[in-house]
Write a protein that binds this ligand. Sequence first.
Ligand SMILES: [Zn+2]
Ligand SMILES: [Zn+2]
Length: 628
Amino acid sequence: MKVVLPDSSELELPEGATGLDAARAIGPKLAEQAVLLRANGNVRDLRLPVVDGEQIQILTTRDAKDPDALFVLRHSAAHLLAEAVRRLYPGVKVAIGPPIEHGFYYDFEFPEPIREDALEQIEAEIRKELAEGRSWQREESSAEEAKRLFGEQGERYKVELVDTAQGEISLYTQGDFTDLCRGPHLQDSKPIKALKLTGLAGAYWRGDERNTQLTRIYGTAFYSQDDLDAYLERLEDARRRDHRRLGPQLDLFHFSERSPGSPLWHAKGMVIWYELEKIRQRENAKRGYLEVKTPIIYDAETFWTSGHFPKYEDLMFSLDVDGRPWAMKSMNCPGHMLLFGSRLRSYKELPLRFAEPSPLHRDEITGTLHGLLRVRLVTQDDAHIFCNEGQIQDEIAGVVDYARYLYELFGMSASAELATRPANKIGTDEQWDMTEGVLETALRLNEIPYTLAAGEGAFYGPKIDLFMDDALGRKWQMGTIQLDSQMPSRFGLTYVGADNTEHPLYVIHRALYGSFERFIGILVEHYAGAFPFWLAPVQIRLIPVGEGHRSSTHALRDHLTAAGFRTEVDERDETVGKRIRDSELEKIPKVVVYGDRESADSLAVRDRGGQQYSASLADFVQELEQLQ
Ligand SMILES: [Zn+2]
Ligand SMILES: [Zn+2]
């Protein structure tokens, strides 16, 4: 039989040859370094046979960054973890241990709960295994055989897994540990050059809280120590930037148990909020949006009409008003539909763009709340553009251009995902060809890189999900642009054309920041709290040296404030050094120390970076105006 290699050449192999045989036929070095087989794009254990005619690729230790190569390495590391834990904790039961993004975990039921500090000893035990070397043997088994094996060991989770397993059962053994596993696995443990256990967490068996709570041990592994070091550094950087830590530290916001998921914004956080709001209003005005305001609560009938009920009913807070069911809106669309429908609309009014940064409430499950990134009180920079078919192209292009403009203001690059027709779509293929084409053209015209999410559109129309890449290269989902003809028709909305008859209407739902909450959370992490001058809650801090200079700093503050800069005086009875350090911790862009030698002709300025220079007040103001 023959298989096709990545360079399109053919390799002849005897019937029943495995991936490893294929590797050996290519070369002994390759066979030694082989970690995984990719056949027709799918991963397969090297020990399994190849199939006549298929396209194969042998992944080796040199594919250290390949996600599949990392998966097989980490999956094998998870098995080493289980072996080590079983040796150290007699009576422990093992559950499951898959590779995940950035690492792996294994779930255990320990006879006695363990603590974080036990990880060191477990890691040392794994190192011992790595030093001794392990290799993996794969065998097929019958369900009865596997149940007998795990039953004898008292591994009740494995027995349960065999009971519910689909298809063939396979076992992998290394050292004295045999696991029920589909694979694939490494040949041996040599490629695992770096490994670290990263944490402990509770996890329910099969993710169901009615089941036993297990202990999940997280870890990660790499093909080189350098890769692990770089990963840990990124992790540390992400921790340092975590908005849930920086938010309260920088006095921007906090959360209270009295209303989980709804941030309490402090004055400094609101400065950032209003800077974003100013941009929103300025750009909306430039781009022909109309600012409107609609109610927060509506009778349930409204949401049956809009289609939010029953689909999103669980996500909405319901109310009882005069004995009738009402709800708090989770989206602005229904209000904007009512507003559009308040009178007959002529074609001359289109496109009509309603914008509203209204608070929305979503009854997210407590466990899924995550700082500002997932909240119950969401403030979207929402808008609905009502237009006719011929206007869709320009309107979508305008929204995409707007999004790109916004993200670039913050030094982030935009990318997109285009979600196309799903299986349960309504409307004809011709309509979908048109609407998908319009969205795709808008992305192309604006040169925004995009990927296709085939079949992921809503049943009533395609959509664009917008992403930004932050300073750490992380991709954040921001806004969405959704084309829709359904909701207008559910509300009976049309427009009167030049021919004096009614025509169907389209609406574009779009939010570009996404929400103020989420956007600010992302900005905090992107800038690591060191906001650019124009966005910083406190832009300038003045530090008088001793009592005698207080009044001079007050006058200076009033001057700078009048010039439009957010300025504070720190006149606490602390040393100058301490006050400078505090302003560094608060990441204030400009600090001016005012003592005997200073005057309006010579200010001692200190940058956030620690650089010092002196400038006259006039030059200083001129410099700041450039940064504003
Ligand atoms: Zn496994
Ligand atoms: Zn909407």
